[in-house]
Design a binder for this molecule. Structure first.
Ligand code: ATP
Length: 236
């Protein structure tokens, strides 16, 4: 598959603190790349670096264009949607209003069709259409955040720990929806996850981050089958 996002030698940090020490990784077009690693490894910082939200060095190439030094709005306009940890829905607004905000910048005539598609992917959101986002369950808020990001019609979706703090059954449901998104929309996904087992089931490529350095990478299917790698790097 052609490369959608190509990252080379990515360094990033906050003030004098260096957090990422030169990462190389890719997301393929329409594919899922999992970025695994323990707390504090630098996963969230990697997503922020792609969005232009932290100081970076190195090359970030998206569909052949360099992103380095561009403003976040420009990066979003080029087709990258970010669902941050903590989700970032508008709590006071209803599901419907959050959808409308998600599509606010669009001026094409496919918005209603996309609303219908989101309601098919996320039937729970359709059931709660007039409900305030702040009153939704954690899982439903996560779904709303993903749906809203998809309404930007991105080519690449950056997802920061979509399973965080959710019950196992809801996590399964969200991973099922991500699989559908991948299969039916062709959107590439860069997925940050602590749940390596689930992430490797979904992903095409996987990278393991330890203190800002990639210590293991490969095709997710091969990593899953390699018991020694799983045991020594992923702890299961
Ligand atoms: P987690 O799963 O806990 O979010 P992570 O792998 O996403 O972990 P990051 O959030 O990227 O890790 O954090 C990497 C390092 O950067 C940590 O040592 C953290 O303390 C530091 N860090 C994160 N955000 C900031 C910030 N705004 N200012 C200073 N240091 C930060």
């Amino acid at each position: 598959m052609p490369t959608l996002l190509d990252v080379k030698g990515l360094k990033a940090g906050y003030g004098p603190t260096h957090v990422l020490h030169g990462l190389d990784f890719q997301v393929e077009e329409g594919g899922v790349t999992a970025l695994l690693g323990a707390n504090g490894a630098g996963k969230t910082t990697t997503l922020r670096a792609i969005c232009g939200m932290v100081r970076t060095e190195g090359e970030i190439s998206f569909r052949g264009d360099r992103l380095h030094g561009r403003a976040t709005e420009d990066i979003v306009r080029r087709g990258i949607a970010h669902v941050p940890d903590g989700r970032g829905t508008f709590m006071e607004l209803t599901v419907e209003e959050n959808f409308k905000l998600g599509a606010y910048v669009r001026n094409d005539n496919q918005v209603q069709a996309d609303f219908d598609r989101m309601c098919a992917w996320f039937p729970r959101l359709k059931q709660r259409w007039k409900q305030q986002a702040g009153t939704l369950s954690g899982g439903e808020q996560q779904m709303l955040a993903i749906a809203r990001a998809l309404l930007l019609r991105p080519k690449l979706l950056l997802l920061d720990e979509p399973s965080f703090g959710l019950a196992p059954l809801i996590v399964q449901e969200i991973f099922g929806i991500m699989r559908r998104i991948r299969d039916e929309s062709g959107v590439g996904i860069l997925l940050v996850e602590q749940n390596a087992n689930l992430a490797l089931e979904l992903a095409d490529l996987a990278y393991l981050l330890e203190t800002g350095t990639i210590v293991m990478s490969g095709r997710a299917a091969e990593i899953r089958q390699d018991e020694a790698i799983r045991r020594s790097y992923l702890g299961y």
